[in-house]
Design a binder for this molecule. Structure first.
Ligand code: 5GP
Length: 372
């Protein structure tokens, strides 16, 4: 018989933090860098917990080179060909260069359809210093995924493995007990995702994080909240709900360091101007960058030579207003989180969930002057 889960399932926009008495006088006192310890990976990592998504647009070496200065992580997209000399040389020669590439803050990515032997030879290569792997598939419930996680863990006991995506506690624990250090949480919340429309499957992201983080922490694992953040406040809410890491795609898209051509468009504004005795509407040039879902038709054509006949597009293509350097974006996010920490009395990043009480709200923003 069909069953309905009656519990209320919430998204970021359904809650706000309750401000609390605090011992912090300034956001400068909020320590945004956490020391991470993992279930299997034997090393510790000092990081702010923010990750750039392993999408072809945002998972770039250029993004990595800026984010690592803020101790934020980049999951490089899986279409980098490290067997080609140039990328390989770049990673092996710069792996410990704080001014450019730094391997501590980098994951490489794979799916289940990718060349396994190639991946294993890269992970076994002592000169290739990236020891963090993101195993990413849209539906983390298929049995092949657990088998693959087990196989990778058996072969490489000392690498950091992040795997997803799922949205329930049971599957979070299964993946961790079979070798994952971090489980990636999110089905359908992404800014360019159409899974919920195409399949009707998904779970509101805040509830997914609450459930999966509790399950993960119970067995010594961690979670990464992946998708659905639209602003710094959403990132803070993800940490508040128990996420150890938060992955961002759309928020980092449209920047100089994200891949894709800059598109310039002439836009007609509502402003009237007078020129040579004639009145007309002002035309303005605006810049955009293309951002696309990794399951979109465009991604399938660009990276897989077309859409397989048994698949349908589960992603869309959008034009993101140009944002300049990603450095400004990450600084704004970190500033926002520091401010949240000051409001709720969390001195350390790790303390955010302990200090979090959410109000359930009907409306979080006053949009009388638009949605900015
Ligand atoms: P955002 O931060 O843009 O809201 O979400 C980023 C996340 O969306 C990615 O990390 C990935 O999990 C997910 N995503 C990226 N491309 C697609 C796609 O084409 N389809 C679906 N269903 N999810 C996608």
């Amino acid at each position: 018989m069909t069953r309905i889960t009656d519990s209320i399932e919430l998204d970021f926009c359904d809650v706000l933090f309750k401000p609390k008495r605090t011992t912090l006088n300034s956001r400068r006192e909020a320590d945004i860098i956490r020391e991470y310890k993992f279930k299997y990976y034997p090393q510790t990592l000092m990081s702010c917990g923010i990750m750039a998504a392993n999408m072809a647009t945002t998972g770039t070496i250029a993004v990595n080179n800026v984010l690592q200065k803020h101790q934020a992580i980049t999951c490089l997209h899986k279409h980098y060909d490290f067997k080609d000399g140039e990328n390989y040389r770049y990673i092996t020669e710069n792996y410990n260069n704080p001014e450019s590439f730094h391997n501590a803050y980098t994951f490489i990515s794979t799916g289940l359809r990718d060349d396994k032997e190639r991946l294993f030879s890269l992970l076994a290569d002592k000169n290739f210093k990236i020891d963090k792997l993101c195993i990413d598939i849209a539906n983390g419930y298929i049995p092949k995924l657990i088998d693959f996680v087990k196989e990778v863990r058996d072969k490489f006991p000392d690498i950091l493995i992040m795997v997803g995506n799922i949205v329930t506690g049971d599957m979070t624990q299964d993946l961790i007990l079979n070798g994952a250090d971090i489980v990636k949480v999110g089905i359908g919340p992404g800014s360019v995702c159409t899974t919920r429309k195409l399949t009707g499957v998904g779970r509101p992201q805040l509830s997914a994080i609450l459930d999966c983080s509790d399950a993960a922490h119970g067995v010594g694992g961690l979670i990464c909240a992946d998708g659905g953040c639209t602003c710094a406040g959403d990132v803070a809410k993800a940490f508040g709900a128990g996420a150890d890491f938060v992955m961002l795609g759309g928020m980092f898209a449209g920047t100089d360091e994200a891949a894709g051509e800059l598109i310039e468009k002439t836009i007609q504004t509502n402003e009237l101007v007078e020129e040579n005795g004639e009145t007309h509407l002002l035309l303005k040039k605006e810049k955009y960058k293309l951002f696309y879902g990794m399951s979109s038709q465009l991604a399938q054509e660009k990276h897989f030579g077309g859409m397989a006949c048994y698949r349908a597009s589960e992603g869309k293509v959008v034009e993101i207003p140009y944002k300049g350097s990603i450095d400004n974006v990450i600084q704004e996010i970190l500033g926002g989180i520091r401010s949240t920490m000051t409001y709720i009395g969390a001195r350390r990043l790790k303390d955010i969930p302990k200090c979090t009480t959410f109000y359930r709200v009907n409306r979080q923003l006053n949009e009388v002057f638009g949605k900015s």
